[in-house]
Design a protein around this ligand. Structure first.
Ligand code: B12
Length: 210
């Protein structure tokens, strides 16, 4: 029988080779691909996210775990497509115009992918018009805006306004070190999260998925 717990453990340890080998073995043994994803790979990322929130592990461990998941996903992804397994939601994320910081955004990207979202990272220094265009063309249910500078935070409000005016229906989540829940409320964002692990919980709540 496929050992899905061992896959999760390999992800937690950041063991790329083991995560990949066990994922392949589970596919060969006929384990349901959705279970390999949910209980194995996402299961591992859930554990690392919880440990990160408790400060039991730090960013390097999160990055290494995410890399192990990404490597194993190369093998699992075609099987998920074949089986018609869909992502739990479509999410696009970018850092607002004038802002080049991307470390936090990249962590949010990894954690969201780790939780089963389909994520499109549209990069840094993204003008409002590009967020609008990408949100519309991708059909994403959720858009994430990141800002690390007090001088670029107003770019979030501008982007939110542009999206509303353009009729974008996606929910909008904001984050970045200088942000607060109060600021998110003031600019009319649908949600705020202080870190990438919380971003996943908030995103799931917003879209009512588990
Ligand atoms: C690394 C860094 C840089 C790097 C960026 C490299 C990169 N590829 O990102 C470089 C050297 C390029 C840089 C440049 C500058 N920086 Co800088 N930088 C930092 C630094 C040291 C760390 C930021 C970081 O990566 N933190 C780690 C990540 C993991 O944390 P995070 O970004 O907050 O992300 C977490 C959460 O906020 C949240 N999150 C983030 N995004 C999102 C999005 C969503 C949707 C959600 C839900 C959650 C979420 O989840 C993340 C993970 O948990 C900070 C200081 C600090 N301690 O924060 C200064 C800092 C942000 N920088 C600062 C400044 C001033 C600058 C410059 C203007 C400096 C200069 N004079 O040139 C330039 C600006 C360039 C530009 N136009 O953007 C100031 C900002 C001050 C202010 N009040 O605005 C800071 C605070 C330093 C300081 N104390 O003065 N910087």
């Amino acid at each position: 029988m496929a050992d899905l717990k061992a896959i999760a453990e390999a992800v937690v340890k950041g063991d790329q080779a083991k995560a990949t080998e066990l994922t392949k073995a589970a596919i060969d043994q006929g384990a349901p691909v959705k279970s390999i994803l949910d209980e194995g790979l996402i299961g591992g990322m859930d554990i690392i996210a919880a440990r990160w929130k408790r400060n039991d592990v730090y960013i390097p461990e999160v990055l290494i775990a995410a890399r192990a998941m990404k490597t194993a996903m190369v093998i699992l992804e075609p099987e998920l497509v074949k089986a018609g397994v869909k992502a739990i939601g479509k999410f696009i994320i970018g850092t607002v115009e004038g802002d080049l910081h991307d470390i936090g955004k990249n962590l949010v990207t990894m954690m969201m992918k780790g939780a089963g979202f389909e994520v499109t990272d549209i990069g840094i220094d993204v003008p409002a018009a590009r967020f609008v265009e990408q949100a519309k063309s991708s059909g994403a249910e959720l858009v994430g805006l990141s800002a690390l500078l007090t001088t670029t935070m107003p770019g979030m409000e501008k982007t939110l306004k542009a999206m509303k005016e353009a009729g974008v229906t996606a929910k909008i989540m904001v984050g970045g070190a200088p942000l607060t829940q109060a600021y998110a409320d003031k600019i009319g964002a649908d949600a705020y999260a202080a870190d990438a692990a919380t971003a996943v919980e908030v995103a799931k709540n917003l879209l009512s998925v588990n």
